[in-house]
Design a protein around this ligand. Structure first.
Ligand SMILES: *Cc1c(COP(=O)(O)O)cnc(C)c1O
Length: 428
């Protein structure tokens, strides 16, 4: 495979961009090698600057749920971009977007648009603090809620990939207000709460975690957290930046039948444009300015091009519910196929899967939290990643990231991926 142009661009990029990339995981640091520079994408395929074609299992980390350059979204963007790219004043589109989300997520009464998942999560905890008058929050080891100061404590995704334990640049004061527990460990949460009685403003969680690979909540875990939050007057925040509009139209809340108090969105909600959102129950969201006095703002929030892109995608997902079902069925098909070839390879492996999220850990024990994810064989993962890339399959470049399937993947693509895995496993 010739990747000369990518190599040259990566060299050049490092002269003017920290590490050559604008988001760390893109640098391929944990798997080694040269990150591919992408020229274009269509459907399930990415094309790099050397004209190599790849089957894509990242989907821009989620948003491209119906495939890249999805016609209706591209058409809508083209139409709206003619009107101008931003006004700094309200538009009807923002109302339509909010109404559409409310129609899909029953317990969202009010929702505020922002420009990233990070902004959504940091705003949600500010709201929780303002609403409860308490300061501390609980998050779970290996969960990633964006790069705001409060969340960079035992975070997943790139923070885990690069093994960054404490983050220079975050004050001790901020870090001390973030308490952490192991995912799926309800007793640890109860203990923390007892030790910090009446001090916890919020518990924030990825209901199905995707930033330490894909990790499922054990039965009763989220229910238990819900009860604790009710008993202790803690705001329960679902970070659905990955899960939202992917696991179901109503996200993890619908799929797992649990009501959060606040919910955050990103990724799919913007169809590949920079969009995030936080919303929830009226009595809580009413503290947000200008209605209340918890300040939150954004020059480009509710940007019209971003809104029409997201609105178009979400409308289609709502009008054609079979799309999500097809996507979930494809994921099961892939999982079953991978299971077969992994089993016959004799290598230790765990495939975790929920909806259209999936991940592989080279491990001989269950992967249920960050510790078990981190103890898997990362060296084998690296080799597997490169063996697949060589065969034209683009997987997330870290075992701490989930695969995101998109509905443009054909049965042939999935079969090819299974065969490529079989060959790769022989090689590594
Ligand atoms: C990606 C992600 C974020 C951060 O979103 P950005 O748009 O990258 O700021 C937050 N929470 C979860 C669960 C995510 O996966």
């Amino acid at each position: 495979m010739n990747i000369e142009t990518s190599k040259q661009l990566f060299e050049r990029a490092q002269q003017s961009i920290p590490g050559g990339v604008n988001s760390p995981v893109r640098a391929f640091k944990s798997v080694g090698g040269t990150p591919l520079f992408i020229k274009k994408a269509k459907g399930a395929y990415l094309y790099d600057v050397d004209d190599n074609k790849y089957i894509d299992y990242i989907a821009s980390w989620g948003p491209m749920i119906l495939g890249h350059a999805y016609e209706p979204v591209i058409k809508a963007i083209k139409e709206y971009v003619e009107y101008s790219t931003s006004y700094g004043a309200p538009t009807e589109l923002e109302i339509k977007m909010a109404e559409l989300i409310k129609s899909m997520v029953p317990n969202v009464d009010l929702i505020r648009m922002v420009s990233s998942g990070t902004e959504a999560c940091m705003s949600a905890i500010r709201v929780a603090r303002g609403y409860t008058g308490k300061n501390k929050i609980i998050k779970f080891e290996g969960c990633y809620h964006g790069h705001a100061d409060s969340f960079l404590v035992k975070a997943g995704s790139g923070v885990a990939t690069f093994n960054i334990q404490t983050v220079p640049g975050v004050t001790a004061g901020v870090s001390n207000d973030t308490l952490t527990c192991a995912y799926n460990d309800l007793a640890a949460v109860e203990k923390l709460i007892a030790e910090n009685k009446n001090e916890i403003a919020a518990i924030i969680i990825e209901p199905v975690a995707g930033n330490m690979g894909c990790i499922l909540p054990k039965p009763g875990f989220l229910e238990g957290l819900r009860k604790i939050c009710d008993d202790e007057k803690i705001v329960f925040i679902f970070d659905e930046v990955m899960n939202g509009f992917r696991l179901a139209l109503g996200g993890a809340q619908e799929k797992l039948k649990i009501d959060a108090d606040l919910v955050t969105y990103g990724k799919v909600i913007g169809a590949g444009m920079p969009v995030g959102a936080f919303g929830g129950k009226k009595h809580i969201m009413e503290v947000v300015a200008p209605l209340g006095n918890v300040y939150q703002a954004g020059t480009l929030s509710g940007n019209p091009i971003a809104m029409i892109a997201g609105y178009t995608l979400l409308s289609i997902l709502k009008e054609q519910p079979q799309l999500l079902k097809e996507l979930n069925d494809k994921t099961i098909y892939l999982k079953n196929g991978l299971n077969e070839v992994f089993k016959s390879s004799g290598k230790p492996y765990v495939i975790n899967h929920f909806g259209s999220m999936l991940s592989i850990h080279f491990s001989d024990h269950e992967v249920t939290d960050f510790t078990t994810a981190a103890s898997a064989n990362n060296d084998l993962f690296k080799k597997y990643f490169h063996a697949m890339l060589k065969r034209g399959v683009y997987l997330p470049p870290s075992a701490f990231e989930s695969w995101f399937l998109n509905n443009a993947l054909s049965k042939e693509d999935l079969d090819y991926t299974i065969t490529a895995t079989k060959e790769s496993l022989k090689e590594i």
